[in-house]
Design a binder for this molecule. Sequence first.
Ligand SMILES: Nc1nc2c(ncn2[C@@H]2O[C@H](COP(=O)(O)OP(=O)(O)OP(=O)(O)O)[C@@H](O)[C@H]2O)c(=O)[nH]1
Ligand SMILES: [Mg+2]
Length: 331
Amino acid sequence: MSANLSPEYLKAEESYKAAKDPAEKLRYLEMMLTAIPKHKGTDKMQADIKRRIAKTKELLEKKSGGAKRYNPFKVEREGVGQIAIVGVPNSGKSALVGNLTNAKCTVADYPFTTTKPIPGMMAFENVQIQLVDLPPVSAEYTEPIMVGMIRNTDGAILVFDLQSDDPLGDIEVVREVLGKHKVELSRNPAEKFTPDGVAHLKTLLVGSKLDVGGAQENLDLVKELYEKEFTILGTSTEDGVGLDDIREKVFNMLNIIRVYTKTPGKEPDFTDPVSLKIGATVKDFASNIHKDFAKELKFAKIWSKSESKFDGQKVNRDESLIDGDVIELHI
Ligand SMILES: Nc1nc2c(ncn2[C@@H]2O[C@H](COP(=O)(O)OP(=O)(O)OP(=O)(O)O)[C@@H](O)[C@H]2O)c(=O)[nH]1
Ligand SMILES: [Mg+2]
């Protein structure tokens, strides 16, 4: 019986043979196992792949001291928030991250180009936000361990291709596959984790390749159907349209305020904000500066950027802060 191997399998096998590092080898072996047609003719090959997966895992465990499983999807957090970039294969995720950040992402005109997470830092005004370019989400193959990483991020950008024949289908595939792994995407979930084990991720929908013919019509269609559920933007990495809008919307998604310290008689340094969650108080700000400050705080003075809320008034420790506030702590 002929094995009838698919192009996905052959590509994974080729990458496996070229891979040097065991973690990479493991990833490609897992891809091979998913992509191999499941019938009698491939039984021996399937068994072989499984054996190699077990051996490679053993090797990796030994390397990491055997204490914990090696996790290629662990990405150290940096900046004021971590955002996962999700989407079907070839949708333009890497091109987007490459244009918004300093990361060197491989962009290519074939699916499954990205095989491991690539973090990059995106500047918005005076803060840095981490975007993580990821391998694709697809009905055929989605890295389970990747979903574990996505669950713990602060939000997601769902990239969909405006050149696709079926952008709505592409969006739904991502929602469905992640949904099966207990990750729900929405505009503004009330809670991050619910008791049923579902992680609810704040998500921005971004239509890529806005420069191509027919893209605007596709974007209008997606907006018509999803406007109630998501904020939707169109962008093109070819001409840079929409990139600044993404920066701002992602920052807004994080629910962060930036507050600045001031010493009496001096001007504040607006290049170096303290980032706090919306709703933070003077006390939270003080503890962020130094753990003893909150205890020793006598009072604070606040200058607000907008609505002339405060203009140097004395406030107590429970006063809540807004984005742009300048604070002088008196201890
Ligand atoms: N015209 C146009 N092409 C784009 C744009 N963004 C990405 N592309 C092309 O789309 C293809 C796929 O881009 P990638 O960024 O590699 O897509 P990806 O989603 O990272 O793909 P995987 O890693 O395989 O999931 C490449 O040929 C890109 O050049 C865009 O804004 N305009
Ligand atoms: Mg990619």
